[in-house]
Write a protein that binds this ligand. Structure first.
Ligand code: EPZ
Length: 436
C-alpha cells in the first residue's frame, strides 16, 4: 500500500475524457468533526465520510484513546464517551499533522493532554507555537520534555480568554474553538481563519448545544458549557472544495465534457474566477460545475494568469499544484506566489521532467512559461510529494504523451478515495500497481 504506483497512459494533449464525477466529503472538515466527538456525552454519527487513509488514521488515534468506532460505507459512528487516556499515540500523531486538533477537545474535557512535538513535513516546518501560546492564555501549563508536550489546565479546567492569532491558522482556529466549548466562561478568538470547514464544524457543534458565534468571520466567540449531545443528529460532511477544484482543472485540460456534481461552487469562487479569466468556459449551478464542448485537442487558447495563494476566500494553497499544472499549458508567462508554505514547489520537478518550463525564483515564487508539450521520459518516474501535488502530478501525466509512472500513491490515498477508479470511469487509462 505505502509504495503503490499509478501507471498512466497519457492523452498526449487530446481532451478525450468525458462524463460525470461526484465529489466526496471533505477530509479537512470531517477530521475536525471526528476530533470534536471528544466533546460529546453520547455517540456521534458522521455521514458522507470519504474513505481515505487520513480518516482511517484518525479512527485509529481515537481508538487508542478508548473510543468505540464503526466505519461502514461512508458512515462513521464514534462513541468517545469512555475515553481512558488523553495521551495521544506518538507514532500515529507524528504521521498526521491534523491530529494536533485533538489537543483542544482533550484538554478542554480532561484538563490534560500529552502529545508529541510534530515534525516538519514535506510542505514546510508547520510549527504549533500559536496553539501553545493560546493554551497558556487559557490558564494551562505547558511542559516540553523528550519530544512531547504535556499540557495541564490549572485547576483541571481551561479558562475563557481573549486570543489573537498572529497568523490566520485553520487548525489553530478549529482547535481553540473546540477548546472553548468546555472551558469556563467566554473565549474570544481574533484574526481567525475563515475556511468553510470551520463553519461546518461550528454549525454542527451549535446544533448539539455549543455556543459559538462568528465562525466564518475573523472573530469567533465561544461561551463554554457542558458536554454536547448529538441526540442522533448526524454530522453531514460538506463537499471537498479542493477535490472540486482539482477535477475542474483536470476537466479544463483533459476533458471535452465533464460534469462535476455534489459540490459547492461557492466554496471555490477564487479558483473559478481565475480559471474564467484564463478562458475556461464553464456552467456553474448551485451544486454542480459543467465544462461542455471544451474541444478535443489541447490548444493554446487559455491565457496565463498570475496566482497568489491566500487564506480563504483567497486562492487556496491546496490548489496551487493543480493550478501550476494548468499554467504550464497557457499562453504566455505566469507568476505563482506561495504565501502559506515555504516548501510547496517540490512537485514542479515532476512537471520539469515531463518538459515544462518553470523557473524557481525563490522558495516561494515561480515563473511558468506556458504552452509546454509534455512528454514522459522512459526510465524516469514521478513522485507524489504530498496529496495535492500527487493529484496535480496525475493531471500532468494524463496531459503528457506516453506512459508515466507515479510513485508514492499513498499520499494521494490520504486525501482522495479511489482516484484511479473515478478517472477510469471518465475514460482515463490509469492502473494501480500494488507493492506490498
Ligand atoms: C490546514 O492545515 C489544512 N489541513 C491544510 O491542508 C491546508 O494547506 C492549510 O490548512 C491551509 O489552508 C487540514 O485541515 C487537516 P494552518 P493547518 O495552521 O491547519 C503557520 C492538505 O493538503 N502556523 O492554517 O495545519 C503554518 O506553518 C493540507 O489537505 C504557524 O506558524 O494549516 C502555515 O504556514 C495540507 N504556527 C500557516 O500558519 C502555528 O501554530 C497556515 O497553517 C500554526 C500554523
Amino acid at each position: 500500500m505505502k509504495n503503490d504506483t499509478f501507471i498512466i497512459e497519457g492523452l498526449g494533449g487530446k481532451k478525450t475524457l468525458n462524463g460525470e464525477v461526484s465529489i466526496n466529503g471533505a477530509k479537512n472538515a470531517v477530521l475536525k468533526a471526528m476530533a470534536a466527538t471528544v466533546l460529546f456525552s453520547d455517540t456521534v454519527k458522521l455521514e458522507n465520510v470519504p474513505d481515505t487513509e487520513d480518516v482511517k488514521k484518525m479512527n485509529s488515534i481515537l481508538e487508542k484513546l478508548g473510543a468505540k468506532i464503526s466505519h461502514l460505507d461512508h458512515t462513521v459512528t464514534i462513541d468517545s464517551t469512555k475515553l481512558n487516556t488523553s495521551d495521544i499515540d506518538v507514532d500515529l500523531a507524528q504521521s498526521m499533522r491534523a491530529s494536533v486538533v485533538l489537543t483542544g477537545p482533550l484538554l478542554s474535557r480532561f484538563g490534560k493532554v500529552v502529545f508529541p512535538v510534530p515534525g516538519g513535513c514535506v510542505i514546510g516546518t508547520r510549527p504549533i507555537d500559536l496553539f501553545i501560546e493560546a493554551y497558556k492564555k487559557m490558564g494551562a501549563e505547558v511542559v516540553q520534555d523528550n519530544d512531547a508536550y504535556t499540557i495541564t489546565a490549572k485547576g483541571g479546567k481551561l479558562k475563557g480568554a481573549e486570543i489573537f492569532f498572529n497568523i490566520q491558522t485553520v487548525g489553530g482556529t478549529e482547535t481553540l474553538m473546540m477548546a472553548g466549548v468546555l472551558a469556563e466562561g467566554k473565549t474570544v478568538l481574533k484574526n481567525c481563519a475563515m475556511e468553510p470547514e470551520i463553519v461546518s464544524v461550528a454549525e454542527y457543534l451549535n446544533s448539539c448545544g455549543a455556543q459559538i458565534k462568528g465562525a466564518g468571520t475573523s472573530t469567533i466567540e465561544i461561551i463554554g458549557g457542558g458536554l454536547l449531545q448529538s441526540k442522533g443528529n448526524s454530522y453531514i460532511t460538506m463537499p471537498d472544495r479542493i477535490e472540486t477544484g482539482s477535477f475542474l482543472i483536470l476537466g479544463a485540460l483533459c476533458a471535452n465534457n465533464l460534469k462535476i456534481t455534489k459540490c459547492n461552487p461557492a466554496h471555490i469562487e477564487s479558483t473559478i474566477h481565475l480559471l474564467k479569466e484564463a478562458g475556461v468556459d464553464m456552467t456553474i449551478g448551485k451544486d454542480f460545475i459543467e465544462i461542455k464542448n471544451n474541444g478535443v485537442v489541447l490548444n493554446s487558447s487559455f491565457k496565463s494568469v498570475n496566482v497568489r495563494t491566500h487564506e480563504y476566500p483567497g486562492f487556496p494553497t491546496d490548489l496551487q499544484a493543480p493550478m501550476v499544472t494548468f499554467l504550464s499549458q497557457t499562453t504566455g508567462e505566469s507568476i505563482v506566489l506561495e504565501t502559506i508554505y515555504e516548501g510547496r514547489f517540490k512537485f514542479t520537478d515532476n512537471l520539469k521532467k515531463l518538459g515544462a518550463d518553470i523557473t524557481i525564483m525563490n522558495p516561494r515564487e515561480i515563473l511558468i512559461h506556458g504552452n509546454a508539450e509534455l512528454k514522459s521520459v522512459t526510465g524516469e518516474s514521478l513522485e507524489s510529494y504530498d496529496l495535492r501535488a500527487g493529484f496535480a502530478t496525475v493531471i500532468a501525466a494524463l496531459l503528457a504523451k506516453g506512459t508515466s509512472v507515479v510513485n508514492n500513491v499513498y499520499y494521494i490515498d490520504r486525501g482522495y478515495e479511489n482516484l484511479e477508479g473515478r478517472l477510469s470511469a471518465l475514460g482515463a487509462k490509469i492502473v494501480r500497481k500494488s507493492v506490498c
